[in-house]
Write a protein that binds this ligand. Structure first.
Ligand code: FAD
Length: 459
């Protein structure tokens, strides 16, 4: 598939746009699915786990807030990183009785979460991904009703594949697998798509529509969860850059050592650098992706033009579009935060072509996603009392409500078991085992929104 990305492309681009825009197959079955074992521990009995022919599927249930331990004698857990993953983990740990301190070196949402596009969908073919996405979307919808300052706009998500794109042939089977997970996704012929939505379809070979999608402002999610966390007793220390001197739950904080029962590392693009200080090597590479906002109105569905590698959605100011992947390792402390000229130009051309939108580009920006050798994240225990959650391959925001919950439950179950969580009753997802790599793997960065990745294919 040809996507809008620059192989080995430049890391430089336009200056100063709103980088901190807070607004803003088959081998899957035999390869990857053989691995994940989603058994829950007895402490995770709230989850319904279905096992099917040697493969497991998890129906993650909402947190039961009635089980809160308000005695204040729960384990002391530090969460490092105030993005969507860290703040959700903090909220869910506190909801289960942990005494939580969250450290953020800047402000909440200052990292990738505050730069994300907020495109949310459950259109995944692989069973673990589908279960997590289902839970995440369920939680976004529920939080939209219950979390002040956060709202989620339901909107269908269209995957469009052009004539001549070899991925077109894979779409029907991919959709069939999505449907096997009870996801409301259908293959739609291009003419029917054009009748339903204001989308140009003449050059399309095939399309799929996921009815369960939506969009939100990622920064507002982090801020709103931050308020909830404070209300639930989480101590949020912003402007505090911490370090991990050893593979133990002890942090260097403002020149002091602070020891916890557990430390959860959710530092996004800084993961490899942060853990390297403790002598832990993980293959998590940051890479730039981009987004822009056009001031002209758009009222259609979310669209992912898979062949062009461009997604778009409605935005309070008009339209938001993005991808602009630069598949080259970026320096998380020194990357270009503005949108590149090529990204603006190529995205504008796709917008004109696909949805007849002549953009008035208000701002364009870049931020970092993180890649791993097999496209799956690193989630779970690294050492006794030390946990990581990173490597989202462009899907970290939309999965955060499910992953934060999973990490919180996993950490507490592991602490209760008194081990490193690597035993047979591990509450963790095997496919995401953070120790599955040596750490020095050579691998190419591949963007995460492609049809292939959605089918569960490894890079
Ligand atoms: C332009 C763009 C568009 C995107 N669109 C989408 C989308 O539509 N949907 C989607 O699901 N994902 C999207 N993503 C990806 C998404 O942003 C990430 O996967 C997600 O935000 C990761 O969340 P996180 O909490 O792991 O990391 P982050 O949000 O990066 O949070 C990590 C935090 O750790 C802090 N930190 C780092 N080091 C330290 C330290 N030593 N001490 C204390 N704090 C530290 C950082 O300051 C940062 O705030 C997009 C990304 C970009 C850049």
């Amino acid at each position: 598939m040809s996507g809008m990305r620059k192989p080995g492309g430049s890391d430089t681009g336009d200056e100063g746009n709103e980088g901190d825009d807070g607004d803003d197959g088959d081998d899957g079955d035999e390869g990857r699915n053989a691995g994940p074992d989603l058994k829950g521990s007895s402490d995770l009995a709230q989850r319904g786990i279905k096992t099917d022919g040697g493969r497991s599927q998890q129906d993650i249930q909402p947190a039961d807030r009635s089980t809160l331990d308000r005695d204040g004698d729960g384990p002391a857990v530090a969460v490092v990183g105030g993005g969507a993953v860290g703040i959700t983990t903090a909220v869910d740990l506190a909801a289960r009785g942990a005494r939580v301190t969250l450290f953020e070196r800047d402000e909440l949402a200052a990292g990738s979460s505050g730069r994300a596009a907020g495109v949310l969908y459950d259109a995944y073919a692989e069973d673990v991904d589908a279960a997590l996405a289902t839970r995440a979307m369920e939680r976004f919808r529920s939080l939209s009703d219950s979390l002040p300052g956060f709202s989620f706009t339901r909107c269908p998500y269209v995957i469009a594949v052009r004539e001549g794109d070899p991925d077109a042939d894979a779409v029907p089977e991919m959709v069939e697998r999505m449907r096997s997970h009870d996801l409301d996704v259908s293959v739609v012929n291009p003419a029917a798509l054009g009748e339903r939505f204001p989308v140009e379809t003449d050059d399309l070979a095939v399309a799929a529509v996921a009815e369960g999608g939506g969009w939100t402002d990622p920064g507002s999610y982090v801020e709103a969860m931050g308020e909830r966390a404070r209300g639930d007793g989480v101590s949020i220390e912003t402007g505090v850059e911490v370090a991990l001197p050893d593979a133990e739950p002890t942090l260097h904080v403002d020149g002091e050592e602070r020891t916890f029962d557990a430390v959860v590392v959710a530092v996004g693009a800084h993961t490899a650098r942060f853990l390297a200080d403790a002598g832990i090597a993980v293959p998590v590479k940051p890479y730039r992706v981009q987004a822009l906002v056009s001031g002209r109105p758009y009222a259609g569905p979310m669209v992912y033009d898979a062949t062009a590698g461009v997604y778009l959605r409605a935005h309070p100011e008009g339209l938001l579009a993005g991808d602009g992947t630069v598949p080259r390792e970026a320096d998380p402390d020194d990357y270009e935060p503005g949108g590149d000229d090529w990204f603006r130009e190529e995205t504008a051309a796709v917008l004109r072509e696909r949805v007849d939108h002549d953009p008035e580009i208000d701002r364009a920006w870049a931020g970092l996603c993180t890649a791993t050798p097999d496209g799956d994240p690193l989630v779970g225990p690294l050492a006794e009392g030390l946990f990581v959650a990173a490597g989202w391959q462009g899907h970290g925001f939309m999965r955060a409500p499910a992953m934060g919950e999973h990490v919180a439950e996993g950490v507490l179950a592991t602490l209760e078991a008194g081990g490193d969580g690597g035993n047979r009753d591990s509450p963790w997802i095997d496919a995401f085992d953070p120790t599955r790599f040596d750490g020095d793997e050579e691998f190419e960065i591949r963007e995460g929104m492609t049809v292939r990745s959605r089918r569960g294919e490894k890079p």
